[in-house]
Design a protein around this ligand. Structure first.
Ligand code: SF4
Ligand code: SF4
Ligand code: SF4
Length: 428
């Protein structure tokens, strides 16, 4: 993915200059909301009272499409360090850990570092502890009691990079609560900063892109929302708002959902049956949808098993992942069905339907494409509109490369072609 730009859109707290140290007492007086499930301020106060705490900075649990930790490590290192020091002092920490991905170039002096593969499963405390102690991805969710068991039963505060920068920002005068959101549009992805309470409709408007399809809120463990819901979705500080995906007519929702299903399959820690088997079913079903081979019952199956997986999964990864596929069926049903009912990909993305076609309005009958086709799939002669036999075409793309007229394009269901070569200009 391209490196994202930090573009402050409404508030500018995070981009304000670094203003030096903050005290432990200041941090204890703040009220900072959690990003993942673990309450931050309550946990910090509890650990402060018990003493001898452990503080863990978790920079390895981002969504692949919203690398907020990496961006903050690069742009806000001073603030992260100042806030971490204050949090560690407030916790009376005797042990500190940094869990990050090898790509993140960041260190905290005197703090033990664990380099882990990025995984959203690491949002679960138990998975993070297991990673520190054994180097393996394994989640075993702890009871949701407060305070929860810490690393090896020691009082433990876990904080992510964005919450840490928020700690820094909240200690400065004039603080307004904001959230960093990776906003994906057909033109690329940018990291924006939005006041909490901003509507999803406003984020879409500010992106400059038109939401022609459902909007993906929260990435792999989020939810697809349709146009009628954009006003009622309001930014908060949770990880759900790390990512907003806005899609246009050239984006295929079947392909997107298939890609999410592939990622779910590789990110699950496979510990519990419903999440493990569920990701297998989702990958299989959406693979069949994108290939045009699914059956109508398959979408009903997603809607049937999704809620069961949501309820039966041990951790937030399995629960969120199930939601994203159920919501894709709910909001993208028409486009998904077009793939296996009409054998068509309106966006021209899915390879199964993207056999090229020669646009009769553009073909000048030069024969260049005919000469490069190893499959003899193209018929034509000088000054005649050429045609491609889709049954013979292997979709190698060579013909499109040589056509200087840009006449060879994926069939999107709208291009009519003659049944046999006819003189250029005579077909309409
Ligand atoms: S829900 Fe998935 S990721 Fe979470 S513990 Fe179960 S198998 Fe692992
Ligand atoms: S499709 Fe392009 S390369 Fe082929 S004959 Fe027509 S103009 Fe020439
Ligand atoms: S895509 Fe390849 S196989 Fe298909 S018509 Fe073009 S050159 Fe021939």
């Amino acid at each position: 993915m391209e490196k994202m730009n930090l573009t402050a859109s409404q508030a500018e707290i995070l981009t304000a200059p670094y203003a030096g140290e903050i005290s432990a007492q200041t941090v204890l007086n703040l009220n900072i909301p959690a990003k993942y499930a673990i309450p931050f301020t309550e946990t910090l106060k509890d650990v402060h009272e018990r003493g001898n705490g452990v503080v863990i900075l978790n920079m390895a649990a981002d969504d692949a499409d919203a690398p907020i930790s990496a961006c903050l490590a690069e742009t806000q290192a001073d603030k992260l360090k100042a806030a971490f020091k204050a949090v560690a002092e407030a916790a009376g920490a005797t042990e500190c850990w940094l869990v990050k991905t090898p790509e993140i170039n960041f260190e905290l002096s005197g703090v033990k570092t664990v380099n882990a593969e990025r995984s959203m499963v690491l949002r679960e405390e138990s998975a993070l502890y297991h990673m520190i102690l054994s180097g393996e991805l394994r989640s075993a969710p702890l009871p949701k009691d407060f305070p929860s068991e810490g690393l090896q039963d020691k009082p433990t505060v876990v904080v992510d990079a964005e919450t840490l920068v928020r700690v820094y920002a909240a200690a400065q005068p004039g603080y307004e609560e904001t959230k960093l959101v990776a906003v994906r549009t057909p033109n690329g992805t940018k990291l924006g900063e939005f006041k909490t309470g901003t509507s999803l409709a406003d984020i879409v408007a500010e992106s400059g892109a038109k939401a022609e399809k459902s909007v993906l809120l929260g990435g792999l463990t989020g939810t697809f929302v349709d146009n009628t819901e954009l006003d009622s979705c309001k930014v908060d500080t949770s990880a759900l708002w790390d990512y907003v995906g806005i899609y246009g007519s050239k984006d295929c929702m079947a392909h997107l959902t298939e890609e999410l299903a592939k990622r779910a399959r590789t990110e699950t820690c496979q510990k519990c049956v419903l999440c493990r088997e569920g990701t297998w079913h989702f990958e299989n079903i959406f693979n069949q949808v994108a290939a045009g081979k699914a059956k109508k019952d398959d979408l009903a199956m997603v809607e049937d098993i999704g809620p069961l997986i949501h309820i039966g999964s041990f951790c937030s990864f399995g629960q969120g992942m199930a939601n994203v596929f159920v919501s894709s069926v709910r909001t993208n049903r028409k486009e998904l069905e077009l793939h296996f009912v009409k054998k068509s990909c309106p966006a021209g993305v899915c390879k199964a339907f993207s056999k090229p076609v020669i646009d009769p309005a553009k073909c000048t009958g030069c024969t260049d494409c005919l000469d490069v086709c190893d499959e003899d799939a193209i018929t034509g002669k000088k000054k005649f509109i050429h045609i491609i036999d889709p049954d013979m075409c292997e979709n190698c793309g060579k013909c499109a490369e040589v056509c200087e007229e840009g006449a060879i394009v994926p069939q999107d269901g709208t291009i009519r072609v003659p049944k046999k070569p006819v003189r250029c200009g005579s077909f309409s």
